[in-house]
Design a protein around this ligand. Structure first.
Ligand SMILES: Nc1nc2c(ncn2[C@@H]2O[C@H](COP(=O)(O)OP(=O)(O)O)[C@@H](O)[C@H]2O)c(=O)[nH]1
Ligand SMILES: [Mg+2]
Length: 281
């Protein structure tokens, strides 16, 4: 299947990201815990090579607990700080702030050795679309309720959010589009909503998703959700769901678009359980 997808404005955002990168010591890279491989643009590794990096495995509440642990270990082995996080749960804010603090320790030590006192650490959030960057920034900003405002002499128009531990977080995230490595990666991005539905043929995405669940032995989570039986073919499952939910046109025809939308939305909302689509090598 060919996903017709074009990385619009890629160059502009990359330039902006490079500009902002000059202002920070730490990059907080947000990825989707359900697709920790595909939601990571490999360009980031080169762009951020000189920065301290904290990987946020966001949406871990929607991802498989065992694989969360495996991915956490995997990225730790690469020398990065890693935190499993749920941006929609404000009770987790402290976990994130202490992860940022821990990641800053080395830099603070280095500053101290040079004789700087109380120098603020500067951080920025980066990631591909839909991983939860805005949700994360908003939750941090709301907690603080005040923005530090412009910092004279450094940036005129940048807004920073003051976190505990003398850390300033840039309130605009660095965005890069996902990089397609292979069809499977592209599909995984589609399932999770990282690629806009407008450029997708949702009937094909839903079909491929159900097929994948059959392949990895998780199809029961779908059958149970809707109370339907499997059939001989993958399409039977989709048609059975449509019938069960009365997604029918003209009394007899299956409404493939609506049933596809339903299946994709239910996956994105975690209604089939906590499913991670990728395993570390
Ligand atoms: N379950 C869950 N949903 C999340 C989490 N973080 C973000 N979301 C949802 O994911 C969607 C995309 O989030 P958004 O912050 O707009 O992503 P951005 O494009 O990276 O800025 C929104 O519907 C959020 O509510 C999370 O940790 N857990
Ligand atoms: Mg956003």
């Amino acid at each position: 299947m060919n996903i017709n997808w074009y990385p619009g404005h890629m160059k502009v955002t990359k330039d902006l990201l490079r500009e902002n990168l000059k202002l920070v010591n730490i990059v907080i890279e947000v990825i989707d815990a359900r697709i920790p491989k595909s939601s990571k643009n490999p360009d980031f590794d080169k762009l951020f090579q000189d920065k301290k990096r904290l990987i946020v495995l966001n949406k871990y509440d929607l991802a498989d607990p065992n694989l969360n642990k495996a991915w956490e270990d995997y990225y730790k082995k690469k020398g990065w700080s890693v935190v499993l996080y749920n941006s929609t749960d404000n009770k987790e804010l402290r976990k994130l702030e202490s992860a940022i603090n821990d990641a800053s320790k080395e830099i603070i030590e280095r500053y101290k050795k040079k004789g700087f006192k109380n120098k603020t650490i500067k951080a920025m959030i980066a990631g591909i679309p839909n991983v939860g960057k805005s949700t994360l920034i908003n939750s941090l900003a709301k907690k603080k309720s005040t923005k530090t405002g412009n910092i004279p002499g450094i940036t005129k128009s940048k807004q920073w959010i003051r976190l505990t531990g003398n850390i300033d977080l840039l309130d605009t995230p660095g965005i890069l589009w996902p990089k397609f490595i292979d069809e499977e990666g592209a599909l995984n991005l589609a399932y999770t909503g990282a690629i806009k539905d407008e450029v997708l043929v949702l009937e094909e995405i839903a079909f491929k998703f159900v097929e994948k669940m059959e392949k990895v032995g998780l199809i029961n989570s779908i059958l149970e959700r809707y109370g339907v039986d499997a059939g001989e073919k993958t399409l039977d499952i989709i048609e059975n769901i449509a019938k069960k939910r009365a997604l029918i046109i003209n009394k007899t025809e299956i409404d493939y678009l609506r049933v596809s939308k339903l299946i994709v939305k239910d996956y994105r909302d975690g209604n089939f359980g906590r499913i991670t689509l990728e395993k570390p090598e």
